[in-house]
Design a protein around this ligand. Structure first.
Ligand code: LLP
Length: 416
């Protein structure tokens, strides 16, 4: 469900006209809806209500403290991939006992910090990582809870850059070797085997790849149990897609029902790590048309947001809806490329968009709540945009706009 709707010829964020937000806080700006975040989280928690479960929101999708705060208040756990994300979760009031730590390259200091904080589980992605974790836990005199992330070799049918469950990807332990690695993990003194984990990719629009992966993982769980290694939880990762254009991804309820049917009466707590499906459609990015430049070949609308603010179109050729904040008929409809001011041909937010545009018009890039601000940069020494959270009629600044001073503060010239 979306909390960004037109009312009286203008796009609103919950109860607030987005033009008012742009006037008060400037553009470009990210705008999140608290109600949408809550609604998307609730869809998962309601779908999972009948079974033992933990929803670990994937912090990487949108790690703003206020986003984490909203979800922590609803009881969410968190999937982190760095010690930095752990600090964010703790700062936002998240419970470390509900945190799973994923990622192929955890450093020793990150493992130490996570063990000290008391995270719920480490999703271990290689045998060498298993040894490293065993050593670090031993030094601290604790036992580290582990799951092995297995690579089930299934095609998620999504963009190659965000597909992670194929043999040739860097992620996870080949499922055919997993039994042997589990047997070894069980012998390491400073580890306790808790679960099994997999994550096959992102923006999946059908349940079938998830079910293919699940079948293989369940086969492993059964084989482990025959070898006296008892798995307590099954972590299926994230990956459920969202509607950017006309995709019709399964709802969390359909997804969970399909998983449940396969899991049957096995006693497994189900962990999910949704990111995009909670955050993407809980956010928009507001931008203003600066200049129009019509050439013989193309019509360019140069807007004040760029690839440094939202890199998905440039990086993955991702399509995101771009809509007028106040639709009008003040000009001729044309086909536009919406481009930013950065010095790269790849700097576009959208191409071939048929719209009526005038300089000064406000636009909203939809579905920008996930992998938006978190992937932004200062390329071209551009200040990153503010992040605002709407809650009913209120607008909260949850990250102020950066300044040039912020950008220059960590740098130095050479000494005289
Ligand atoms: N768990 C693990 C281990 C992951 O690697 C990811 C995402 C998630 C959970 C969350 O997946 P989600 O529910 O959001 O699909 N920047 C790309 C997406 C990269 C996803 C990386 N891993 C994009 O903008 O499309």
């Amino acid at each position: 469900m979306d909390y960004f709707n037109y009312r009286g010829g203008e796009l609103f964020a919950e109860e607030v006209p987005t033009s008012t937000i742009a006037e008060r806080f400037g553009t470009p700006a990210y705008v999140y809806s608290r109600a949408a975040l809550e609604q998307h989280y609730r869809e998962y928690s309601e779908a999972l209500a009948e079974r033992d479960h933990l929803i670990c929101y994937a912090v990487k999708a949108n790690s703003n403290l206020a986003v984490l705060d909203v979800l922590a208040r609803m009881g969410a756990g968190f999937d982190i991939v760095s010690a930095g994300e752990l600090e964010r979760v703790l700062r936002a009031g998240g419970d470390p006992g509900k945190v799973v730590f994923s990622g192929v390259g955890k450093q020793e200091w990150e493992m130490r910090r996570a063990l000290e904080a008391g995270v719920r589980c480490f999703n271990v992605e290689s045998e060498t990582e298993l040894d490293r974790l065993d050593t670090v836990a031993g030094e601290l005199g604790v036992q580290a809870p582990v799951s092995l992330r297995v690579n089930p070799d299934v095609d998620a049918g999504t963009h190659p850059y965000i597909s992670t469950g194929l043999k040739e990807n860097k992620f996870g332990i080949d499922i055919t070797e997993a039994l042997a690695v589990y047997a070894r993990a069980a012998t390491l003194p400073n580890l306790v085997v808790k679960g099994v984990d997999c994550h096959i990719g992102s923006q999946l629009t059908s349940v079938s790849p998830f079910l293919d992966a699940l079948d293989r993982v369940l086969e492993l769980v059964d084989a482990l149990s025959e070898n006296d290694i008892h798995i307590e939880h099954l972590d299926m990762g994230g990956g459920l897609g969202v509607t950017y254009d006309d995709e019709e991804p399964p709802r969390p309820a359909d997804y969970v029902r399909a998983l449940d049917e396969r899991i049957g009466d096995r006693k497994l707590e189900l962990i999910l790590e949704p990111g995009r499906s909670i955050a993407a459609n809980a956010g928009i990015m507001l931008t203003r048309v600066e200049l129009l430049k019509c050439t013989e070949h193309r019509n360019f609308a140069i807007v004040d947001a760029a690839m440094n603010d939202l890199i998905r179109p440039a990086l993955y050729s991702a399509w995101q809806a771009i809509v007028p904040v106040q639709p009008h008929e003040g000009a001729e409809e044309k086909v536009w490329d919406l481009v930013g001011p950065v010095c790269e041909t790849g700097d576009f937010l959208g191409k071939d968009r048929t719209m009526t545009l005038c300089p000064g018009d406000l636009l909203a890039v939809r579905s920008a709540g996930a992998y938006g601000f978190v992937m932004s940069s200062n390329y071209n020494t551009r200040n990153r945009p503010p992040e605002l959270m709407v809650d009913g009629e209120q607008v909260h600044i949850v990250r102020r706009r950066e300044t040039i001073e912020d950008q220059l503060a960590p740098e130095n010239c050479l000494p005289e």
